[in-house]
Design a binder for this molecule. Structure first.
Ligand code: GTP
Ligand code: MG
Length: 148
């Protein structure tokens, strides 16, 4: 089944939004298969956001992302990558729909609380990067009530 990498950024952790964000993914019906709270080294975060290294905001983005611990998670379920992006909301909070995490809880693009993989291919890359020891597979008793 499809998996996506979701990360609560340092502002989301500091603002006490870890539970709220986990709640939304659990209630949607996705299955948590990996999670850790940690503060990775700067080089690790630069690697995660390597595609943005030419952007003017890159240095500020890395400062932000290493300013405190992040909560790294892998969520599994049909369409998890695309659904995760919708649940997070648009990159810029001014464009994020009300009801999305960014739409409901933040104001600025440089403090937008959460990360979600943008494609299945990138999700698999990010899961490998953040959880090199793999994820924990388990059977959810809810499965028959979530899937037809
Ligand atoms: P992620 O889920 O964090 O990858 O965000 P995204 O996929 O919605 O956007 P993108 O990958 O293009 O940018 C990654 C992150 O860089 C964003 O979530 C923002 O935190 C930050 N960012 C993107 N654009 C800007 C910008 O114009 N200014 C600033 N300050 N930060 C930006
Ligand atoms: Mg992105």
């Amino acid at each position: 089944s499809e998996r996506t990498y979701i990360m609560i950024k340092p502002d989301g952790v500091q603002r006490g939004l870890v539970g709220e964000i986990i709640k939304r993914f659990e209630q949607k019906g996705f299955k948590l298969v990996a999670m850790k709270l940690w503060a990775p080294p700067r080089e690790f975060m630069e690697n995660h956001y390597a595609d943005l290294s030419s952007k003017g905001f890159f240095a500020g983005l890395i400062e932000y992302m290493v300013s405190g611990p992040v909560c790294s998670m892998v969520w599994e379920g049909a369409g998890a990558v695309a659904a995760g992006r919708v649940m997070l909301g648009a990159t810029k909070p001014s464009d994020s729909a009300t009801g999305s995490i960014r739409g409901d809880f933040c104001i600025e693009v440089g403090r937008n609380i959460c990360h979600g993989s943008d494609t299945v291919e990138n999700a698999n890359k990010e899961i490998e990067l953040w959880f090199p020891d793999g994820v924990t597979e388990w059977d959810s008793c809810q499965k028959a009530w979530i899937y037809e």
